[in-house]
Write a protein that binds this ligand. Structure first.
Ligand SMILES: [Zn+2]
Length: 329
């Protein structure tokens, strides 16, 4: 049983960043970072990342934006060729760290320790305070975060059954993926959702955790009022269609560097640019809107809003159980 003071300390006092350590070589003139193989990206710190995590104002910003979390977080940024070979490992211990990273990092019994070894997505996603929180969610997922994803899935199912008579959840794959993404981009209040840029349900889970760590709470917008006949929900179907096309095209461009997706390739074989472009755009051209009764949307929203405290405490529980452990992102 906790004393009242301990309870107050735990629930009221905001903890945030404990240790903040830069390890390895932070000389900007040196190129450090291993090829990970995935799309031949480097797990390294871009010059922008180095500014964000090792510059004086960058560090200040991170400390200021991580103030709402109820736990203490020890953040370690390791910059070395050896360390850059490892990412998204999940829980590790000081022996593993000594052997693999050649660093001495001890678990802090009063903090959650996270080690960052670089940023494989540095060209697209710089290491802002928000992204560091998002990445922390990734690595905590290697442990117990799945229970949160299951709870969220359950909440989404219940609220979409109430609103649309169809269970939509984050475990869905194609062909219902667009519908789920439409819902997630509608209900999310973080930038990634309002920009319509959540392109995988799992990312929404990490974004909610980041929102909780940074702002201290989860917030949902309303469920979309329209159901599209092709299965996509959104308040603004035209915007969603454009977003989906943009998303698929940019993903295609990512996978085919140097090829202009708008150019017409001769031949028309299965991998020609022209065929691919048609395939990307065609699925979004025949959406029909079906309006859902307001009462049903209200019922779905009520379930969604009522679930927030439980979702928040689920993340908090996972964070609490990560105290005293070390995670490698
Ligand atoms: Zn992510």
């Amino acid at each position: 049983m906790k004393t009242f003071k301990e309870w107050i300390d735990h629930h009221i006092k905001e903890m945030a960043i404990g240790k903040y350590e830069l390890r390895g070589d932070w000389d900007t003139s040196k190129k450090i970072g291993a090829q990970t193989g995935f799309r031949s990206t480097n797990n390294n710190y871009s010059s922008k990342d180095m500014k964000l995590v090792s510059g004086k104002s960058g560090i200040e910003r991170i400390k200021n934006r991580w103030l709402k979390t109820k736990n203490t977080w020890d953040l370690y940024f390791v910059r070395s060729n050896i360390a850059s070979k490892f990412s998204e490992i999940g829980e590790v211990d000081s022996n593993w760290i000594k052997t693999n990273l050649q660093e001495d990092i001890q678990a802090n019994p009063n903090a959650i320790s996270i080690i960052y070894t670089g940023n494989a997505a540095g060209d697209r996603t710089p290491m802002t305070p928000w992204i560091l929180a998002h990445r922390a969610a990734h690595t905590l997922f290697e442990g117990g975060m799945r229970s949160f994803a299951l709870l969220l899935s359950d909440v989404l199912k219940k609220s979409t059954i109430a609103a649309y008579g169809i269970a939509s959840d984050i475990q869905t794959n194609r062909p219902n993926l667009d519908r789920v993404l439409g819902i997630l981009n509608s209900i999310g209040t973080m930038k990634s959702s309002t920009n319509n840029s959540i392109d995988r349900p799992g990312e929404f889970v990490h974004e909610l955790v980041a929102q909780f760590l940074i702002s201290g709470r989860i917030q949902f917008n309303s469920l979309p009022k329209n159901l599209l006949s092709s299965g996509t929900y959104h308040d603004n179907p035209d915007a969603l269609n454009k977003q989906n096309i943009k998303r698929d095209v940019s993903r295609w461009e990512d996978e085919h560097p140097g090829v202009d997706v708008h150019s017409k390739a001769p031949g028309g074989g299965p991998h020609s640019v022209e065929t691919y472009y048609q395939r990307l755009i065609a699925p979004y051209s025949d959406h029909k809107v079906k309006e859902i009764e307001e009462e049903k949307i209200k019922a779905g929203n009520a379930i969604l809003q009522a679930s927030i405290p439980e979702l928040e405490s689920s993340i908090q529980k996972i964070c609490d159980s990560a105290v005293g452990k070390i995670y490698l992102m």
